[in-house]
Ligand binder design. Structure first.
Ligand code: HPA
Length: 250
């Protein structure tokens, strides 16, 4: 079953026909909110709001392990994670939709692995290609099929937050190869890999990152919210289209 994680601005899915909600428990604690079961494009689907109802869990406090484990236990076979990001590369101005192909992790102090209990033998999962390539291809196909332009690659830099970055930090990230910046992509993607759950990111650029474009001196929160609001419909269209063709066999 397709699972969707909603980020900022996507606390629910209008495109989903909701059947039931379930308050899940895991050995890692409670997920951010109830699991929402239903259908998207007549296909079974599962939804979880990453920040919980009313955005109560900021990026550095999200219980990523509980979220991923709850989705797995709920029957997820693949995860599309919606995320709002800052644009660093010239080809990623606000409003751009990106399906990134790589990650750099700058987060710290988060519960970032399932392999730290005395009862679990450590497994060094391969993370060379952090996103599932088949899911990425299907997402791109879905974007094309509904006439939405999406960048087919990008390097997602995960920062700790909740504050935004300094201009110098963004310059450093750009030097490292980062083209997008967000606060929630890690450890989410790595935990999905540890659970062998195919995972892809559907990112919306909400603002120029610090020091770039019109964010030379300051990042405008009003602009961020306006961009999110105007882009959410496109993201939902892509997911709806994706669900019509998604098959867990590919
Ligand atoms: N930095 C980090 N996370 C973000 C940004 C940003 O500029 N915009 C949206 N999420």
């Amino acid at each position: 079953m397709l699972a969707v994680i909603g980020g900022s601005g996507v606390a629910g899915l209008d495109i989903m026909k909701v059947v039931r909600r379930e308050v899940a428990r895991t050995p890692y604690g409670a997920p951010s909110g109830p699991l929402v079961f239903g259908q998207i494009s007549q296909k079974p689907a599962l939804f979880l709001a990453r920040h919980g109802p009313g955005h109560i869990h900021p990026p550095h406090c999200v219980n990523y392990r509980a979220n991923l484990q709850a989705l797995k236990n709920g029957g997820a076979s693949a995860i599309i994670a919606i995320a709002v990001v800052g644009g660093i590369a010239d080809n990623a101005p606000p409003g751009t939709i990106v399906i990134p192909d790589q990650i750099i992790d700058y987060t710290h102090g988060r519960e970032h692995t399932f392999f730290d209990g005395a009862d679990r033998r450590v497994e060094h999962v391969d993370f060379t290609l952090p996103y599932d390539e088949s899911l990425r291809a299907q997402l791109l196909g879905a974007a094309q099929a509904c006439g939405r332009r999406a960048l087919a690659a990008g390097v997602y830099a995960a920062t700790q937050g909740p504050r935004l970055e300094t201009a110098a930090e963004i310059n450093r990230i750009a030097g490292d190869g980062g083209t997008l910046v967000g606060m929630t992509g890690m450890p989410e993607a790595a935990l999905a890999r540890e659970l062998a759950l195919p995972y892809a990111h559907l990112c919306v650029v909400s603002n120029w990152a610090a020091g770039r474009g019109d964010s030379v001196n300051k990042i405008s929160h009003e602009d961020i919210f306006a961009t999110i609001e105007s882009s959410v419909a496109d993201v939902l269209k892509i997911i709806e289209q994706f669900a019509t063709t998604y098959s867990s066999d590919v």
